[in-house]
Design a protein around this ligand. Structure first.
Ligand SMILES: [Zn+2]
Length: 504
């Protein structure tokens, strides 16, 4: 719940009355010329059918509303009216919801009424929005383009505390500048209630604050905002004062690393490639030195990685390796290694390909669903494959420590490097291994040579990246900017180390 009770009741009434009027059906399109409609500005590459798809209307309706006879004749910069949003005026813009965004605080930030946003986004229940949701709004003054990300966010959320050992309701009220009487009524307590350790105290966050997060949270950033199967996600949380953080994002535990000043908390997770699509809780719990606990909870959608399928026929002598027992024993070994979390980040800067000309020699991308010998598609390709000549040097993608260097049944001669912070890289089917467990390895250093050992049908390198216990697309890991978690000083990282590496 993110509103003061009065505002909540009002918005609830509003939604109920809206549902009564609209029913749950799509509004009937009124395309009379005098009806006020929002406008869309045609962008380079737009077609009328793409625009129709974006706003969930038909091309014919757009043509009627704008007197366009030939759907192929539109020009960049042209303004067209979008039917279906009767009574809304202004220029349409889109945005992707971020943590802390609610329909209420967006309405405040954009100086629009909630009704407009509800109509534009066909929202049935304003409480059911999620991080990553595509969101439409209108710019009233078409000449100015407001970047929604730069508009200060209002703090409209509610926060729940549990009183620490030395807390009283009075000192909590003073600390967060709330009238004690207000806390009593807000929580609907009897007036003779005495405060107690562990007592749950709900508080509506002060309206004059500059963002939408409840104290002690200052800001919560998720990169990328669109959370996708098989992709890594970086989370950065800042708090008003030192806190210990824990959290869950789409069923992944967040292991937070706190910066030296104690105010930023960083985490990396990898979304499982077969994670069921849908909306999941994203929650963070902060505990301060007095044991006082505060929660932030929102929702977040996991989008499809859309990675396709592949069928593989194995020769009989290799098919024996598909024995479920061999597969699961080896898998267990990998899980145990990659679940280990080391608080020291050993890498700096970007990861690089593990062999020369790798990008031109990619044969199988990450994540395609696989079937072997006609069985069901119950596994996926956990890495990237590169074709290459037998004996081609294979090099470390980034600095780290070798944590596995041995012959495995399915993966053949294998090397795994721990890069710290739950990030690992794996190199399978090697011809020979030239590194050993415990060895500190630097980016570009040779760890083995390319081969075809284990469950492999020809000379190639299979290369994996693991983040937070899941395999992720190595290309995404290399291409996405995760600097929100890699630019700050953390406890486990000596200052000299950071300074010496900053010039690279
Ligand atoms: Zn492979």
């Amino acid at each position: 719940m993110a509103l003061s009770p009065a505002l909540f009741r009002r918005s609830l009434l509003f939604v109920i009355s809206l549902l009564t009027v609209v029913g749950l059906q799509r509004p009937t399109l009124s395309i009379a010329q005098d009806v006020e409609l929002p406008e869309y500005v045609i962008q380079p590459g737009d077609t009328l059918s793409a625009v129709a798809l974006q706003f969930d209307v038909t091309v014919a309706d757009i043509q009627t509303a704008n007197n366009i006879e030939n759907a192929g004749l539109i020009s960049v910069g042209q303004r067209i009216k979008i039917p279906g949003f009767n009574g809304v005026s202004g220029v349409l813009r889109d945005y992707t919801l971020r943590p802390g965004d609610t329909v209420e605080n967006l309405a405040l930030r954009l100086d629009l009424d909630m009704e407009t946003l509800v109509i534009l986004n066909r929202i049935v229940n304003p409480k059911m929005v999620y991080v990553g949701q595509p969101f439409l709004y209108v710019e009233k003054d078409a000449e100015t383009i407001t970047d929604i990300a730069e508009i200060p966010v209002w703090r409209q959320n509610e926060v729940t505390f549990h009183l620490g050992e030395n807390d009283t309701l009075a000192n909590l009220a003073i600390e967060y500048d709330q009238p004690l009487f207000g806390l009593q009524t807000y929580n609907e307590w009897p007036f003779n209630l005495l405060s107690f350790h562990g007592q749950q105290v709900r508080m509506s966050a002060p309206p004059d604050a500059d963002n939408s997060f409840p104290p002690p949270f200052d800001n919560i950033v998720v990169t990328p905002t669109e959370v996708t199967q098989g992709e890594p996600i970086a989370v950065r949380v800042t708090t008003e004062n030192a806190q210990t953080l824990s959290g869950v994002l789409a069923e992944n535990t967040l292991n937070f690393i706190t910066t030296t000043d104690g105010e930023a908390h960083l985490a990396l997770v990898g979304i499982y490639n077969f994670q069921k699509l849908g909306v999941y809780p994203f929650g963070i719990t902060a505990t301060d030195q007095n044991g006082r606990v505060a929660n932030f909870e929102t929702r977040l959608r996991v989008f499809s990685g859309q990675r396709g399928q592949q069928s593989i026929q194995l020769p009989p002598e290799k098919s024996v390796l598909l024995d479920p027992e061999i597969l699961s024993t080896e898998w267990q070994q990998l899980i145990e290694i990659t679940d280990d979390f080391s608080f020291t980040r050993l890498w700096d800067g970007d990861f690089v390909f593990p062999m020369e000309f790798a990008s031109e020699r990619t044969t199988t991308p990450f994540g395609v669903a696989r079937t072997y010998n006609g069985e069901s598609f119950n596994s996926f390709h956990g890495g990237l494959d590169f074709a290459g000549g037998l004996g081609t040097p294979i090099t470390a993608t980034a600095d780290g420590v070798v944590v596995l260097a041995e012959a495995l049944d399915v993966r053949g001669n294998s090397v795994i490097i721990d890069h710290g912070w739950g990030v690992y890289s794996g190199y399978w089917h090697l011809f020979e291994i030239t590194s050993e467990v415990g060895q500190e390895i630097t980016q570009g250093q040779t760890l083995g040579t390319l081969g075809s050992t284990g469950l492999s049908t020809g000379n190639h390198l299979h290369w994996e990246i693991w983040v937070g216990g899941n395999q992720v697309d190595p290309l995404s890991w290399m291409e996405t900017d995760y600097s929100i978690v890699t630019t700050e000083r953390t406890e486990s990282q000596p200052i000299e180390e950071l300074e010496s590496s900053s010039g690279e």
